[in-house]
Ligand binder design. Structure first.
Ligand SMILES: C[S@@+](CC[C@H](N)C(=O)[O-])C[C@H]1O[C@@H](n2cnc3c(N)ncnc32)[C@H](O)[C@@H]1O
Length: 251
C-alpha cells in the first residue's frame, strides 16, 4: 500500500494525537467566529463536490454534508481521520476520508471538486506551494479555494515576532519582527503538546497563489458582531483587530 509522505507538519500533527479534537470542539473562537464566518463565505453548497483539506476532527465536513454537499475529507493525522470517520458514521453521513499529506493527494482524481476548503491549515503544512499545486490539480476549471489563516499581520510568534501587550479589549498587537521567526514549536492555545507553527508573510501567500495560477476573488478580515463581542473580551477584541484572514480564490 502506498504510504503518505512524511514531513515536519505531518509528524507534528500525528504526535498531537487526540488533543486537538476537544480544543476544536470547545474553542469559542473556532466555533463562534472562525467556522460560522467560513460557512457564510462559502454560501450555498447544495450538490457541490467539496474537498475539506486538513479536515481535523471533521466538523466542517459534517456541517457541509448536512447542507447537501458531497464531501471528501483529508488530513495527515491518522487519529484525526479515524475520529472523523467515527463521527460521520454516528450521524449517518456519507463522507469519504483519506490520510494524506496535502502536498501529495495520491488516488484523488484531478479536476473533480467545485470547492476545496483549507480551514486554518495553510499556515500549518510544511510544503505550502506543493499543497497549492495539489489544490489546483484537483479543482475543476473555475473551481474555488476557500482558505482561512491566522492573519499574518496581527498574529505570529508572541515572544519575538508579533506579540501582545496589555489586557482585555485594550490589548495591543506589538510587531517586533514581521519576517522572523518563520517557524517555531509551541502548544496550541489551552493545549499541552507542541506543534509546529508557521508564519507566512502576506507577500509569500499572495505570490504563491499567483505562481500556481490562482486568482483572488475575495478577501475578508471579519470583525466580531455585537452578539459575538458579548461572549468574552477575547471575542470583543475581534471588533478591533482582525486575527483571521479569509480568501476565496479561483482556478
Ligand atoms: C488547526 S487544525 C484545523 C483543522 C480543521 N480544518 C478545522 O478548522 O477545524 C490544522 C489541521 O491541518 C492538518 N495538517 C497539518 N499539516 C498537514 C499536511 N501537510 N497535510 C494534511 N493535513 C495537515 C492537521 O493534522 C490538523 O488537523
Amino acid at each position: 500500500m502506498k504510504e503518505m509522505n512524511q514531513d515536519s507538519s505531518t509528524i507534528a500533527w500525528n504526535a498531537m494525537g487526540d488533543e486537538w479534537f476537544e480544543l476544536a470542539q470547545t474553542g469559542e473562537s473556532r466555533n463562534c467566529f472562525i467556522m460560522p464566518n467560513m460557512l457564510n463565505f462559502i454560501g450555498n453548497v447544495k450538490d457541490k463536490k467539496i474537498l475539506d483539506l486538513g479536515c481535523g476532527e471533521g466538523g466542517y465536513s459534517r456541517e457541509l454534508a448536512k447542507r447537501g454537499a458531497q464531501l471528501v475529507s483529508v488530513d495527515c493525522s491518522t487519529k484525526a481521520i479515524e475520529y472523523a470517520v467515527s463521527l460521520a458514521n454516528k450521524e449517518n453521513l456519507q463522507i469519504e476520508h483519506f490520510v494524506r499529506n496535502s502536498n501529495n493527494l495520491f488516488d484523488i482524481e484531478s479536476e473533480q471538486f467545485d470547492i476545496v476548503l483549507c480551514s486554518m491549515m495553510l499556515m500549518d503544512c510544511e510544503d505550502f506551494e506543493g499543497t497549492l499545486r495539489e489544490v489546483v490539480r484537483v479543482l475543476k476549471p473555475n473551481g474555488r479555494l476557500f482558505a482561512s489563516v491566522l492573519h499574518p499581520c496581527f498574529d505570529g510568534n508572541h515572544e519575538s515576532g508579533i506579540g501582545r501587550q496589555g489586557v482585555g479589549i485594550d490589548r495591543q498587537v506589538v510587531v517586533m519582527n514581521y519576517f522572523e521567526p518563520k517557524e517555531w514549536e509551541a502548544p496550541l492555545w489551552k493545549g499541552t503538546i507542541p506543534v509546529i507553527w508557521r508564519h507566512r508573510t502576506m507577500e509569500e501567500y499572495i505570490k504563491t497563489f499567483c505562481k500556481v495560477g490562482l486568482t483572488i476573488v475575495d478577501l475578508n478580515e471579519p470583525k466580531a458582531s455585537e452578539e459575538q463581542a458579548r461572549i468574552s473580551d477575547a471575542m470583543a477584541w475581534l471588533k478591533k483587530i482582525p486575527l483571521y484572514l479569509y480568501w476565496e480564490l479561483k482556478k
